[in-house]
Ligand binder design. Sequence first.
Ligand code: ARG
Ligand code: ZN
Length: 858
Amino acid sequence: PVIRREDYKPFPWRVPTTRLDFALGVEATRVTATLAVEPNPDAEPSSEIRLSGDGLEPASVTVDGHGSNSWRMEGSDLVIPLEQGAHELTIVTQIDPSANSQLMGLYASGGMLCTQCEAEGFRRIAFFPDRPDVLSTYTVRMEGPKRQFPVLLSNGNRTAAGEGGDGNHWAEWHDPWPKPSYLFALVAGDLVARTDTFTTMSGRTVELAIWVRGEDLPRTEHAMESLKKSMKWDEETFGREYDLDVFNIVAVGDFNMGAMENKGLNVFNTKYVLADPETATDGDYDGIEGVIAHEYFHNWSGNRVTCRDWFQLSLKEGFTVLRDQLFSQDMQGEAVNRIEDVRLLRSVQYPEDSGPLAHPIRPDSFREISNFYTATIYNKGAEVIRMMRTMAGPERFRQGTDLYFERHDGEAATCEDFVRAIEDGAGLDLTQFRRWYSQAGTPKVEVELEHDGETATLTLRQTVPPTPGQPDKQPMPIPLKYALFDRATGAHRGEELIVLDGTETQIAFGGFADKPVLSINRGFSAPVSIERDTPVEDLVFLAANDDDSFARYEAMQELIVGHLVAAVGEGFSGDDREAGRAAIGRAMTAILADAGLDDQMRGELMMLPSQTYVAEQLLVADPGRIHAEREALKGWLGQRLEDDLVAMHARASKASDGMDAAARGARKVKTQALVYLAAGNPDLAAQMAAAQYDAATTMTDRQGALMVLAGLPGIERTNKLIEFYNRYRGNALVIDKWFSLQASSLHPEAIAHVKALADHPDFTLKNPNRVRSLYMAFAGNPHAFHDPSGEGYRMIADLILALDPLNAQTAARFVPPLGRWRRIEPGRAALMRAQLERIAATPGLSRDTFEQVTRSLG
Ligand code: ARG
Ligand code: ZN
């Protein structure tokens, strides 16, 4: 059944309090849920209460202290007739956590028990109005064998604990803040904690704890530091203070997503907790800092103010991503962070927005909400709120968010509530801007700069492309930051902001004897595609001179994308190719030589646009041709710039130990140098990579070297892959890297390698991190996935079919790569479609996979 936003109705009952009693066991856990219910004065009264369940059977149902037999099951829901007035319902269920391979609800991971309830996992634990607008105050008691589960955790504060009979012990937890069921959590296991304290701005002391397996304890320091920084930053930047006496984080090895913001008890994928320089890359460190912050920030944007229904998911996710992005920018520096955020948006969200799965940041319908935890809801959602901030300025934006938190604290709110609070608090008129919430598709902005006499005229024209179910679009307000540079002086006349709110606008600027150079969408002020014909020399100029770091990066990207798109098109001559490469070579040489650049930024400027991003510029792409042109350009640059790259690698190698920004930058450019050299001079690169590998004092250097080696045939590849495996055998997160590096490699035999790795004793379909490390890496490896034989497509389809019965949520995440078929040349498109049809024809598909496959077939 399709669920529609317009069908929203408040639940007829309120549930002021919920008491949960767990008799814990890995194979059998008995749950006794006691719900105080009363009619909801804001809803139409009902003579029954419908409680969601998923795979549950009621062992007993008691209404107001009397055993009831007037209940019935409707599908998986429990329906109990109920007279108006207040009642107490007690329902007993029994579940088997060890059999829960979906990792939703209560499940076992490495001997411990833990929960994941967002979005609809609570109904796999107990019958309940499992919807985000039913808020209740929870008291949880759990009892179980002390040897097996020495640590017992739930939301809020621990109010009592004690010993039971038969080696059991128990604990009781109370969360004073009313919350929806998706924020419930329970953990029971043999865990140890890194503890610390944080004093809030009003002077309260909060006990912090990060719970992990004993051997992982030394790798929790960075997570704890990140948590304390996040708490401080949210007080300073958004005025948000933490509201419980304890804040617990638990790391689990089996987890469908990154992490979960359960009230006072965040549950994390180990990937976003554990780090030390020997086993985690600089990127892993940043990922941990960002996800710890993200989940912590949800305490206000998500928990204190939650969502009315799941169509409002971006209310909490878009806003919280923006908050974690602003935090990371403040911690790490704005320039590089912004570029990384945009790279992610354009490589994942843009393809989503231009394909069969396109949806607005506030969708109108879905079958399975798990399929809507997307880059659109999260990352485009963040960009939409960022635009409001850009238009209001940070101070007025803050007044808007203050008003939002004040108005809606304790409520289940809507995106509309958020927009209205920003309007009122920041003093903006967002009437037209609301279209960003309802219309899908990445707007295109055509930009033209004409020059005549002393006048430069800027013309901007927008179109929003049609998307499934939305053939016609209205223009949306698009805030664009721009500057006009004087060619002679290399300086501009001040950055301005223009909001393009109609289809087309024109502005004239006087006093330009020569045609200026236009820098537009500076700082990526709007999530749009800029289309313009900028002369190559202007791009080279901006890549060297723009004072906006993002714009500088963008000029470089535009230069290279323009070249590759032309190169794979018709009528591109050998001379055109030489001229294009020469311009890129000039710009790259300047970047390598620029003493004013720090290495982190240099590393960004050196990066070639991804193959997906290049393909995105074409109506129909030939992945083989793009790959060949892109690799050829890399090889050409590797050869032309060989001396500079080797020198840079040597220079950076002397400065790449330690965890400070300079050393991180040095590591980044070292591996970048190897990437180009591998394409230009493979023997030299293999030798340098092997040396970098042997000398590495950090995982960043070691992984960078191994990544390059994994793509180069030769003995060093085999040697180092074996060395790496033996060195880290038993460390799951590092072995994940070992799988990934091979699956994403440029090696011509990558397909065969992935097949062999699927049979490796360390491979299992039961662990989502391992599945993703092999198959997501593979699906994102263009030359392997798009092998003209169609073998890559078949392998992903086989995976989906094998995984779907075990873990539907994770299986469904592999559908989008196949769903791109409309934008791929006809030969491969037919092969991709055939695989989707094969999946669609398989009986017994999960709702998750069924929805994604049918949408993808269109
Ligand atoms: N709310 C979590 C986060 O973004 C994501 C949890 C999603 N879980 C799921 N099963 N879909 O931080
Ligand atoms: Zn989130």
